[in-house]
Ligand binder design. Structure first.
Ligand SMILES: *Cc1c(COP(=O)(O)O)cnc(C)c1O
Length: 378
């Protein structure tokens, strides 16, 4: 299909990214497992593929689809979201400074602090919701700004456009971790970001059966993307052909999955907001939420991730998680099944409140999800 951007995201999700083909014209593309490709008699590689670390048709199809959905020029797929994160950091030089949002996924902060600082990358944390603090955080050697919105696990939002403007003033690259929103709800490149990062393990693949990551770039040739591509192909943290095939298969239903997940999450957030055992609900779709205005401005919907804090502290929170029957107790997010997690238990040395539970809302019937929470917190 011609995937010019005049098509709506729902159509692009189903059709973008040419499928690997074989001689029998299947509608669902095959998985090309070969690690190496045949040269013709003149020594050329007519399809351009030589060796699967460098490129593979299933990876190309996935990368094309993600680039189109995020309105970028290029995409590099990785073996995990964290490998994508590593590649972005490694595209910088030792001595460069990264201004990173305090509101960032625990694992990303860990990569920055425990791995990248050892190769002499300077990383400092700033509250990205405070633009004065963002400006004050710049150093002469600041090359990268990292934001995550909505963020994990407190679902804080960062206003992307003004942060992008500050990044541009300082000629720094702005990265947005768009894992929680997906390109169906938020398109950071259109708001001024240079790079978008995804843990495709989550909503993009959507079925809790594959780990993967991706970096999508505004420009394929300028900025950090050429270095990121080199780290991908020479460094080799690439996803397998089957991982790519599963992830692209997941994207085909992303718009309809997300619609159901968002609808359920909004309903659950309302229900929690009216519950006397809950003292705070973190969901930007609620008009009482401090970042509701930003959600309305930069997102098509507030999404399907939410967290809430209960009266009675950690003990009460753990008891609720122990009582759920439809919500599964597990980490990760974005799959078709609803998950519940006590984040403070899995984040070492965390600031996450210990009375907080995070929900990844799935596509089950909303009545059953609300009833499950009701029986879990009588
Ligand atoms: C899961 C996650 C990551 C890391 O991705 P992995 O595939 O687990 O390495 C990064 N950012 C966010 C927001 C995530 O939820």
């Amino acid at each position: 299909m011609n995937t010019e951007p005049e098509y709506q995201p729902e159509t692009l999700a189903v059709h973008a990214g040419h499928l690997a083909t074989d001689s029998v014209n299947p509608v669902a593309g095959p998985i090309v497992l070969s690690s190496t490709y045949v040269r013709d008699a003149s020594g050329q590689l007519p399809e351009g593929y030589m060796y699967s670390r460098l490129g593979n048709p299933n990876r190309t199809a996935l990368e094309e689809c993600l680039a189109v959905l995020e309105r970028g020029e290029a995409c590099a797929a990785f073996a995990s979201g964290s490998a994508a994160t590593m590649a972005i950091f490694q595209s910088l030089a030792p001595g460069d400074h990264v201004l990173q949002a305090r509101q960032t996924y625990y694992g990303t902060l860990k990569v920055a602090r425990e791995i990248m600082e050892r190769w002499n990358l300077e990383v400092s944390l700033v509250d990205m919701t405070d633009i004065a603090a963002v400006r004050a955080g710049f150093r002469e050697n600041t090359k990268l700004m990292w934001i995550e919105t909505p963020s994990n696990p407190l679902i804080t939002l960062t206003d992307i456009a003004p942060v992008a403007a500050v990044a541009r003033e300082h000629q720094a690259t702005l990265v947005v971790d768009n894992t929680f929103a997906t390109p169906l709800l938020q398109q950071p490149i259109l708001l001024g970001a240079d790079l978008v990062m995804h843990a495709t393990s989550k909503y993009i693949a959507g079925h809790s059966d594959v780990v993967g990551g991706a970096v999508i770039a505004r420009s394929a040739t300028a900025g950090l993307f050429p270095a990121i591509r080199k780290i991908q192909t020479a460094g080799g943290a690439v996803p397998s052909p089957f991982d790519c095939w599963l992830t692209l298969r997941g994207i085909r239903t992303l718009p309809v999955r997300l619609r159901a997940q968002c609808e359920n999450a909004a309903r659950i957030a309302q229900w929690l907001a009216g519950n006397s055992k809950v003292h705070t609900v973190h969901y930007p779709g609620l008009s009482s939420h401090p970042w509701h205005d930003i959600a309305v401005r930069q997102m098509k919907h507030a999404g399907a991730m939410l967290s809430f804090q209960v009266t009675g502290g950690a003990e009460a929170a753990l008891r609720i998680a122990a009582n759920t029957r439809v919500f599964t107790r597990a980490t990760s997010l974005g799959g078709v099944e609803s998950l519940i997690e006590h984040r403070a238990s899995v984040e070492q040395g965390t600031n996450t409140p210990d009375d907080l539970l995070r929900l990844s809302v799935g596509i089950e019937h909303g009545d059953d999800l609300v009833a499950d929470l009701e029986q879990a917190m009588p």
